[in-house]
Write a new protein. Sequence first.
Length: 190
Amino acid sequence: MPDEISHLLWTYLLLKHPRIRSMKDFATRRGRIAFYFFTFLPDLGNLTLILTAAWIMTSNGLPFMPGPSAQMYPQVRAVFDGPLKNVYYIHHSYVTLAALTLIFYVVLKRVYWPLVFGMGLHITMDIFTHKDATALKPFFPLWDVKTSGVMHWGSFEFYVIEIALMVAYTVWLFRKTHQKAVPDSARPVP
Ligand SMILES: [Zn+2]
């Protein structure tokens, strides 16, 4: 499944967890929407890259090709491999997350969990599932180390593993919440 859908689906599943639901920030509709927003935020940076690629293609008379395949054009690659790549790194960096957490802390006088969970989850997932051209620099710009994912998010193996994990988590969660829902009086007397 596309990367963004996968991020949002995990957010949806996590919001079903009783412990997360009981947190003040996620108990409100606004907090839950904020969780989805911050889960999506790192890839909003990619929009800048996609729009730039579209502009390069149209101004060079090339047929428009959305997505990573646009990088087959040397004109696009020259920009993507250049300074513009930093936009991608900045949006997928724990340093940016820490800076935003600090700003929210100063304004709200507390840690804003939809931001920490949302962006933190996205970056952590991408570290393991993005390789080669889309590999991350999770501590950019402080530390230039580049990660290499275990497998690519678009690969068949990853789809199988991810869907299996989602099913396993859902079953586990259902059993956990269902067990809790059984009142003591309904339990067999030992
Ligand atoms: Zn991402």
